[in-house]
Design a binder for this molecule. Structure first.
Ligand SMILES: Nc1nc2c(ncn2[C@@H]2O[C@H](COP(=O)(O)OP(=O)(O)O)[C@@H](O)[C@H]2O)c(=O)[nH]1
Ligand SMILES: [Mg+2]
Length: 159
């Protein structure tokens, strides 16, 4: 892994829009390296997943299966991060499709229960991701500040 870059794992079931999202974000987020993981990839990458700095979790709001998949992979990610708090955003994609079965409330609940109330998005990636990009950057900055603060404290304790 290249150390000078932020490595971002984009996680979600097949067909939820991970590749589309990465293609859009990669045009402006040059300092990030994105890699996508479906549920099988997550299990296979259990040992290395903890090295990723940030996570974008994606489901398709017209597919309850894709929401269930996220609920199942989140504990695997949390175990890989060994309790460390990590920057994360949760995305319910494809809201342009009328057959919505995953609600904004479902996303908020998942975030509240499992993800330290990380920001959630209910949107169509194809239509508007500018806000998502901004909030994701905020998430990274907030966590980095916290991490360096923790590091400073550790240093001062060791003196
Ligand atoms: N209707 C709709 N389709 C989308 C949206 N985002 C992605 N897609 C389509 O969903 C399909 C799967 O997207 P892809 O990015 O390949 O999903 P991945 O398997 O998670 O990487 C493609 O045909 C995309 O064009 C969206 O916001 N709305
Ligand atoms: Mg893909």
């Amino acid at each position: 892994m290249e150390c000078s870059k932020h490595h971002v794992a984009v996680v979600g079931g097949s067909g939820v829009g991970k590749t589309t999202l990465i293609q859009l974000l990669a045009t402006t987020f040059h300092e990030f390296i994105f890699k996508e993981f479906n549920e099988h990839d997550v299990l296979e990458a259990r040992q290395t997943l903890g090295l990723y700095h940030a996570f974008i979790l994606v489901c398709d709001t017209s597919s309850m299966d894709s929401f269930t998949t996220l609920s199942e992979v989140i504990p695997v990610i949390k175990r890989a991060k060994e309790g460390e708090d990590f920057p994360c955003v949760l995305v319910g994609n494809k809201t342009d499709i009328d057959a919505r079965v995953v609600s904004e409330r479902d996303l908020a609940k998942l975030s509240g229960v499992w993800l330290n109330s990380c920001p959630t998005f209910y949107l169509s990636i194809q239509e508007n991701i500018s806000k998502l990009g901004e909030v994701f950057l905020d998430e990274i900055e907030t966590h980095n500040t916290r991490l360096s603060f923790r590091q400073e404290r550790r240093n001062s304790i060791n003196v």
